[in-house]
Design a protein around this ligand. Structure first.
Ligand SMILES: [Zn+2]
Length: 120
């Protein structure tokens, strides 16, 4: 399963290779990668008025989330041989909270898992 996530992320054609896994009671519901495509719900406008033309991996799976789900985010180096920092950015973090997700696991610079818990 992590292998599938990795394949998606590595082949996404982007500089960053991030995969997010949406889990419901331990089951994998959806695996998403960061892409060039965006989704209307997550359209973002920068301060200078331009629109963001990409979607983070977390956003990619959030559409399928229900409250109580968990998300795992992992980032792979360009060559795919190691795992690195994948902490959700502030925008993703806000959207994750809004979706009712209470627990996020993400990989840190050492490739280890860290956990983020959101209180209600
Ligand atoms: Zn983000």
């Amino acid at each position: 399963m992590y292998y599938r996530a990795k394949n998606l992320a590595i082949n996404n054609g982007r500089t960053y290779h991030v995969a997010a896994i949406l889990r419901r009671r331990g089951d994998v519901i959806k695996i998403g990668e960061n892409t060039d495509k965006t989704h209307p719900r997550f359209k973002r406008q920068y301060d200078d008025g331009t629109w963001a033309s990409h979607m983070h991996a977390e956003m990619n799976v959030l559409r399928f989330a229900i409250p109580g789900d968990e998300i795992e985010v992992m980032r792979f180096s360009a060559c795919g041989d190691h795992i690195t920092m994948a902490k959700p950015c502030r925008l993703c973090e806000a959207e994750i909270k809004k979706s009712g997700i209470r627990k996020v696991r993400y990989t840190n610079w050492n490739g280890d898992w860290e956990v983020m818990i959101f209180d209600k």
